[in-house]
Write a new protein. Structure first.
Length: 180
């Protein structure tokens, strides 16, 4: 496997579908003293997916890296600096096929973008995932991220009922052994 930077002029605007399977979700509810979070299993595993594009137009100064094997793009990570607060937002980290998971590809991509974020002067990495993407939450925690916030209605007015609440996660670069 080889990790290399993706050229914006080659990939910008290309569409892809991110898919994952979930066995449950984190039920996140506003409470008088903050939030209540409780894991709840689904009665049967569910497939979830969303459409996205490489190098989203909303990104400030995007960079992306891909994991390749025999010329095939197995997965990628994309992010951009938020210059106003010196954070670096990871907008996507996606392994395209289930067979590519649990092979260290995600970790290699995360390490690569963390080094690029540090080199850009960022003090912190931030990203979002959904309360039903339990594998992503576990992966980010394993890589030193912690929950820094929730948005109950980021995607629709029915996010809590859909078990798809936005979970913001972050990692201070200076705590990760990376200066920042």
């Amino acid at each position: 496997m080889e990790i290399r930077e993706l050229a914006q002029e080659t990939y910008a605007g290309r569409k892809f579908t991110a898919r994952y399977q979930t066995h449950g979700y984190y039920d996140i509810r506003a409470a008088e003293d903050g939030f209540r979070v409780e894991y709840r299993p689904f009665t049967a595993p569910e497939e979830r997916s969303f459409e996205d594009v490489f190098f989203g137009e909303w990104l400030e100064d995007p960079m992306a890296f891909g994991a390749f094997e025999d010329g095939e793009l197995l997965g990628y990570v994309e992010g951009s600096p938020e210059t106003w607060n010196r954070r670096f937002r990871i907008s996507n980290l996606c392994i395209f096929e289930d067979a590519g998971r649990r092979r260290g590809i995600g970790t290699a991509l995360m390490d690569t973008i963390a080094k690029a974020a540090d080199a850009s002067g960022a003090r912190m990495l931030v990203l979002e995932t959904q309360s039903c993407n339990e594998r992503a939450i576990a992966f980010y925690r394993k890589n030193g991220f912690s929950v820094i916030g929730f948005d109950l209605y980021a995607y629709s007015n029915r996010d809590p009922e859909r078990h798809e609440v936005r979970v913001e996660m972050g990692k201070r670069l200076d705590q990760a052994g990376i200066s920042g």
